[in-house]
Structure formats: structure tokens, C-alpha cells
Design a protein around this ligand. Structure first.
Ligand code: GUN
Ligand code: ZN
Length: 422
């Protein structure tokens, strides 16, 4: 039987991470995407004739990339506060607990106003898509109506939202690309009863969980004093059924060996948010140690504790965090740029339990992808004749921005540049 027509056939260079290699460069390859947005082949270009026969496409259907273009997987932001986008790039001059009470709680209170929410949420979704984020794990606020708006706006891409009254609607697939997530803010904003009730809910409905953990030393001490019967912060979540294989916890800068072991045992993930950790002077996560403990790890922007809504910035700050530990002679901490790239793509998909669907260009996964042009006319960096492909890739990762991201695809559908309806 004839296969259904393909939505795309691209020919050029594809860059991604695999289980065995943090960075794989596939030059001269053909990649096909079917009508459902699924990758159906990734093959050397010399397989053209056979592929064309099997999939029924013509040479003229192939989109040939230029030598300055390549595809990479969409970026996965494992921790971002949509409401805090309103003050991104400002107010990062206080430590966490004072920052929360002075700036964050008053701003988040404004989301009872749907008009305000619609403006900010539209902008954060557009900005992150332009920046190449194709999957995001969002915090919203306690307001149901404005949070529904966020679900509506993100509905075209993939995102997770806190758990609300409308969860049943979500589960009824009104927004098939949005999934609910149980979101206790962090230890100090909860009572034991609340944590326990949320843990029951997560367990009963097999739901995702997100929160913050051990971000700042003052916060850790506060949790110890508020919950003295627990051994540590991790146990507070674990004993209340909130540390599961569907959990992602942001920061984790001050976890003990014992706590990391419990994360690994439960299959819970950590979201590393280095921009936020530096901006709020919170701490520095030892990424190597987390990986050595076999804990799932992704990167997050943590807008607006982090001042950038770009996952490229998260890659760069991951390098700087790793370098700062090396400067301070913390043993065996160095992370390579290739590993940081892996954490921002495949690692994020693993942290969110979506690595069977997204994260790289394996056949059978959805085509979530960024078309990168390292010689865009308004590129913020320069290439010279001595630069090879790997130099261009590194320059993009360290210096590039949305001007180099010429197209963004979510499940095979081109979403950037924006059509007028977005
Ligand atoms: N801990 C509790 N709430 C927050 C928040 O909004 N941002 C950050 N960075 N940490 C938190
Ligand atoms: Zn956060």
C-alpha cells in the first residue's frame, strides 16, 4: 500500500544528542516527517532513491538546506514562571526569600486580572518560541481563569501547567499539547496537610509534580525549622508522595549525597537553573555530581529569578556554573559544551519523561526542531573562512540568538515565523 504523503523532506546537516553521544553531527542526511509530525527516516543522502520509492516523494519535494544552515532539536525549558515574565530582566537584587515577598508575590497577585494575564502570557509564549523553546514546564499562579488562558495560548505547543479546577477539561483533550502538573510552590509556602493532600492527588491520578528544592541556604534552614520531624528537604516531599518518577524539582543546589540517592531511587528529576542561581546569589549546582548519581537532569530558565527567557542562555550559564566550581577546585566538575547542549534537549525530555516523544531526531519521535542559520543577515556573530562547521555551531551556542533561529517546528508544524493567527 502507498504510504501517506510526507509533510517534509529536508536534506542537509542535523545536529542532536543520542543516548551514546552528547553531540552527533549528521552532515548530508535526509530527514522525512509524515503528516502526523513524526520523523519517519533519518538516512544518509545516498539512500535517496530507495527512500523516494518507499515514501513516494519526488526529488523536487526535497528542501535542501544551505551550508550555513542546520537543524537541531527544539529546546526544553524544564522550569519557567510564566507570570514572572512581566518583570524579567529587573529586580534580581535580593536574596530568594526577600525577592519573593518584595517583588514576586505582589506581581503574581495581579493575575486575577485576565487582561493583564493575557498580555503577559501571550508575550512569554511568543518570546520563548522565537528563542527556540518547543516544550516548557510552566508555573502559573493560583488564579484559575488566567491560568486557563495560559493553557489556551500554549495549546499549540507542548507545556505543563499547574493543577487547577480545569484539569478535567485538559484530560478531555481540549488542549492536547498541554498537560497538568501538581505545583506546591516550595516547602515554606505549604503545610504538611497541604503537601499530603497534593501527594494523594498526584498518586490517585498519576499526575506530574513540580516544585523548588534546596535553592538557597536560608530556605533550607527555614524548611528544617518548619518541618523538624523530617530528616531533610527531600524527605519532606518524598514522605508526602511528591517525589516520584513524574517529579521535576528546580535548583537542588544544597542536596546531600543521601538526598541525591533518594532522587535517583525514585526516578525524580532536577531542573538546573544557573542564571537564577547566579542572579539571586542562591548557590551553584554540581551538575557532574548529579549525573554521577544517575539523577535525571534538564535545564531551566527560571524566568524571572533568571533574567533570560532563552535556553541558549541556560546552556551558557551551565558552562559558567561548571567553570566556577572548577575555579574553586571542586573535583571532577567540568561540563563540556556538548553536554550542556544535551541537557537542554535530550536531558530535558528525559527529565520530563517525554524522551520517547521528543528530545532528538530519532525515527518515531515528533519533529520538534529549530532551523539554525549561522550566517543570517543580522547574525550577532561573525564567521571567518577558517571556521569549520563545529566552530560555527559553537559560535551559535555561545553567541547566537533568535536572529539565527529562522524556523521553529513543533510536531512537524512550523510555528516560527509566526503566522498572523498566532
Ligand atoms: N521558590 C519558591 N518560589 C519561587 C519562585 O517563584 N522562584 C524561585 N526561583 N524560587 C522559588
Ligand atoms: Zn522557579
Amino acid at each position: 500500500p502507498q504510504s501517506p504523503p510526507l509533510a517534509h523532506v529536508f536534506k542537509g546537516t542535523f545536529v542532536h544528542s543520542s543516548a551514546s553521544a552528547p553531540l552527533e553531527i549528521l552532515p548530508g542526511h535526509l530527514l522525512g516527517v509524515d503528516d502526523n509530525g513524526t520523523i519517519v527516516f533519518v538516512e544518509q543522502a545516498d539512500q535517496l532513491e530507495q527512500l523516494a520509492k518507499t515514501w513516494g516523494f519526488k526529488t523536487s519535494d526535497i528542501r535542501q538546506l544551505s551550508k550555513h544552515e542546520f537543524f537541531m532539536p527544539g529546546l526544553v525549558d524544564t522550569h519557567i514562571h510564566a507570570p514572572q515574565y512581566a518583570f524579567t530582566g529587573t529586580r534580581v537584587d535580593l536574596p530568594l526569600l526577600q525577592w519573593l515577598t518584595s517583588y514576586t508575590f505582589p506581581t503574581e497577585a495581579k493575575y486575577q486580572d485576565n487582561g493583564f494575564a493575557e498580555e503577559v502570557y501571550t508575550r512569554v509564549v511568543r518570546r520563548t518560541l522565537k528563542n527556540g523553546t518547543t516544550t516548557a514546564c510552566y508555573f502559573a499562579t493560583i488564579h484559575t481563569d488566567s491560568s486557563l488562558l495560559l493553557a489556551e495560548i500554549t495549546g499549540k505547543t507542548t507545556s505543563f501547567l499547574p493543577f487547577f479546577r480545569f484539569v478535567t477539561e485538559l484530560l478531555e483533550k481540549k488542549y492536547p499539547r498541554v498537560q497538568p502538573i501538581i505545583t506546591p510552590r516550595f516547602g515554606p509556602s505549604c503545610t504538611e496537610d497541604l503537601l499530603n493532600a497534593l501527594g494523594d492527588l498526584a498518586q490517585t491520578h498519576d499526575l506530574r509534580v513540580q516544585s523548588h528544592i534546596s535553592e538557597n541556604e536560608e530556605e533550607v534552614k527555614l524548611v528544617e525549622s518548619m518541618f523538624p520531624t523530617y530528616q531533610n528537604y527531600t524527605e519532606l516531599y518524598d514522605k508526602n508522595k511528591l517525589l516520584t518518577s513524574k517529579t521535576v524539582m528546580a535548583h537542588a543546589c544544597y542536596l546531600s549525597e543521601e538526598e541525591l540517592k533518594l532522587f535517583s531511587l525514585r526516578g525524580a528529576a532536577i531542573s538546573h537553573c544557573p542564571n537564577s542561581n547566579f542572579s539571586l546569589c542562591s548557590g551553584v549546582l554540581n551538575v557532574r555530581k548529579v549525573l554521577e548519581h544517575n539523577v535525571k537532569l534538564g535545564l531551566g530558565t527560571d524566568v524571572a529569578g533568571g533574567y533570560s527567557a532563552s535556553m541558549l542562555d541556560a546552556i551558557r550559564k551551565t558552562m559558567m556554573a561548571s567553570n566556577s566550581l572548577q575555579i574553586n577546585k571542586v573535583n571532577g566538575t567540568g561540563i563540556t559544551l556538548e553536554e550542556a547542549f544535551q541537557l537542554a534537549t535530550l536531558g530535558g525530555s528525559q527529565a520530563l519523561g517525554l524522551d520517547d516523544v521528543i528530545g532528538n531526531f530519532e525515527v518515531g519521535k515528533e519533529f520538534d526542531a529549530l532551523l539554525i542559520n549561522t550566517k543570517a543577515s543580522d547574525s550577532p556573530f561573525d564567521l571567518f573562512s577558517a571556521d569549520d562547521f563545529e566552530d560555527a555551531l559553537q559560535k551559535f551556542l555561545y553567541l547566537g540568538d533568535d536572529r539565527n533561529i529562522s524556523e521553529v517546528y513543533v510536531a512537524g508544524k512550523q510555528v516560527v515565523p509566526f503566522s498572523s493567527s498566532v
